[in-house]
Design a protein around this ligand. Structure first.
Ligand SMILES: [Zn+2]
Length: 73
């Protein structure tokens, strides 16, 4: 069943428009595709942010941990 966003009536899955108020119904498959697309975009941005964090972290690690150790020798 597909629930109408506007009036809340449950329509058959094959219905493209609400039988009660005529509002175009969002198919569940379309919702999944949209969410998947958004998820993929966020994942790529998250990956880039994590790479930057790791690079900055490595830089700080080298400068503040390895650097002093090397300079003592
Ligand atoms: Zn409706």
């Amino acid at each position: 069943m597909v629930k109408c966003k506007k009036c809340g009536k449950e329509n058959p899955n094959i219905a493209e428009y609400c039988q009660e108020c005529g509002t175009p119904l969002e198919k569940l498959e379309d919702k999944k595709d949209k969410k998947f697309g958004e998820f993929t975009g966020n994942t790529i941005i998250d990956t880039i942010i994590w790479i930057l964090i790791i690079l900055v972290g490595c830089d700080l690690f080298v400068n503040y941990i390895i650097g002093p150790i090397l300079s003592f020798n």
